[in-house]
Design a protein around this ligand. Structure first.
Ligand code: SAM
Length: 229
């Protein structure tokens, strides 16, 4: 059985998906989806040999060879043009997710939906989506094992979403529907920032620019935490 985090990610795929899971590791997500939907088809991409073989083994154990294709390669390079309609990239840093999207842009032409789950730096992912014609239509924070995982769902759109720096940082949808995990995440981020700030304060070389950026972020966090019930 797979983690709640991966189940939540799977819930944002449409019925009968034809999708790629990039950085699939054990291929738990594509196997789970294809076991629950007879019409689903998936490509599991992995750049590292070890996880690639683990993915193959999971697919074989579940007799899913006909519907989950495991491929070794970097990011979206494992895909042919127009091959999939959805792309999932989960469980890595936001800047890595961003560079995978950036380097594979020519493979995204038919991709209607991108589901990203950055472990850190979700801001980088939101900015990339915003600048490349994907509109954030759903977001969720999953709290698991004392970690907070942000899931960002974006659809290809002709309209342009109006997003601010604050939206990039907190998530436009998460800001509107503030949930318990949202408050928990940002309370914990605030504590982390306070701790780092103390250390910057004590640095022998003055860190004025950094301090200013920190204080700005802390002010925003305090603002979004203010209405917690
Ligand atoms: N997606 C799974 C999940 O969310 O549970 C696995 C996450 S695992 C922590 C990250 C995986 O991404 C690793 O197996 C790693 O080898 C793979 N990875 C990292 N960079 C990649 C790239 N450029 N292309 C394909 N896979 C990559």
């Amino acid at each position: 059985t797979i983690s709640n985090r991966l189940k939540r990610i799977a819930s944002y795929l449409p019925k009968k998906p034809h999708f790629a899971d990039i950085g699939s590791d054990h291929a738990y997500l594509p196997c789970y989806v294809c076991l629950h939907d007879d019409a689903a088809k998936a490509i599991a991409g992995e750049v590292v040999e070890g996880p690639f073989h683990s993915a193959k083994a999971t697919v074989k154990a579940n007799h899913l060879e006909a519907v989950v294709d495991v491929r070794l390669g970097d990011g979206l390079a494992v895909l042919h043009k127009g091959e999939v309609n959805q792309v999932v990239i989960a469980g890595m840093g936001g800047s890595l997710i961003k560079s995978i999207l950036e380097n594979g842009m020519d493979k995204l032409e038919k991709v209607e939906r991108i589901i990203a789950q950055p472990n850190v730096d979700a801001k980088a992912v939101r900015k990339w989506l915003y600048h490349h014609g994907y509109e954030i239509i759903q977001e969720e924070i999953v709290e698991e094992n004392e970690h907070f995982y942000e899931i960002i769902v974006a659809d290809k759109m002709n309209t342009i979403q109006n997003l601010t720096e604050k939206d990039f940082m907190f998530g436009p949808i998460l800001l509107v529907n503030k949930s318990k995990p949202f408050y928990n995440k940002w309370r914990s981020e605030k504590e982390k920032l306070h701790y780092i700030r103390k250390q910057l304060d004590q640095a022998s070389v003055p860190q004025i620019e950094k301090l200013r950026r920190f204080d700005n972020e802390v002010t925003w966090i305090e603002e979004v935490l203010r209405d917690e019930k």
